[in-house]
Design a protein around this ligand. Sequence first.
Ligand code: GLU
Length: 428
Amino acid sequence: MNDPHKNSVAQLKKVADLLKKDYKDNKKVFEKAINKLKEPDNVYETKLEIKMDDGSKKKFQAYRSQHNNARGPYKGGIRYHENVSESEVKALSTWMTWKCAVTGIPYGGGKGGIIVNPKKLSTTELEKLSRAYSVFLTDKIGPWVDVPAPDVNTTGQIMAWMVDEYQNQLSKKGLIQENPLGTFTGKPLALGGSEGREEATGLGGVMVLEKLVEKMGYKKKKDVKIAIQGFGNVGYWFAKHAFDRGYTVVSVSDSKGGVYVEKGLNPDKVLTCKREKGSVQSCINGGSAISNEDVLELDVDILVPAALENVIHKDNADKVKAKAIIEMANGPVTPEADEILSEKKVTLIPDILANSGGVTVSYFEWAQNLQGYYWSREEVVTKLQPLMEDAFARMWQMKETHIVDGRMATYMTAVKRVVDAMILRGGF
Ligand code: GLU
């Protein structure tokens, strides 16, 4: 069975093997740091009980994993999904540690989750569950401790309920000097959110795309054909920014299937049509309907999985025709598929770099909340760009000096930063 935490530990061991020669004079302490990084610092779990609309009581299993805080407070989203598990939350919090280190934002990694299908809850039930989760988190989080955010199936509204409940709990304890707005990010604009947060993940990915395309030697943007699996927040904003910059987006898809338009499609037109008719496939407009699996096998330059985990696996990796993959979802390529793609010389930009624009603008949101001074969208975009470009440049340099693939190069830069912070602190 796929065990995400085991995978994350195996990945760390591989990275440590490649990095260890940089720590020849510090061998023991390096090994100790790596060992500590195999397990999160803290994993909290509880059962949240809420009263359902029909009067019955129901319990939901919930977690918060705090992986490492050597570089700053734990940071990471909260996921509402039926497949949430302790192993998944632990792995995702580990990946957040690397993700924050990749762009150099001053955080460690955390992740939370509740085993629930939120689509089966009414709005009242969803609010109760979110408030109960916030009560559970009260003494574990804070702007300098752990800063949660949205993840799969969680929204700005959910963050708003959590902020409100957290503030209620603090007031009850007499802790009125705390900063509840600076304790959660991904909040709505009207409640301390940041301009640009909604589009940040997709936009950050396109900033990486621009640098990658330069390295791949394309002369004209319109010659770069892109297929995107997923048309939610991340997929749509990636498609829109890529289209606006002149790239040819030939395919997008949602959970019901995809469309392929050889000469390229306009993501805004597809979105308007999808909102009207309910699915991307009702918006073919001169193209053809294809399945979600077909999207991954299209003959394109860049493939962007922006939906689910593990969609490229050992049985379809060989059929990928794209020259490069930009992972906008978390974990869309399995470790077995990774090896196949690496042999096929497909350039891969891993999730912890490609989708780090989201948490980076979370960092900007937190910084604004702590200052009580808010920035324009232009300021946010202007500050995001150099962080994404530097992260890409560092990864590329690591890739060329150590002759490793994009994923390994990214992990090496990230793990090195975390280990260096741990060694400076000592005491473990
Ligand atoms: N859930 C997002 C991620 O996986 C954002 C996390 C955050 O903003 O803290 O990167």
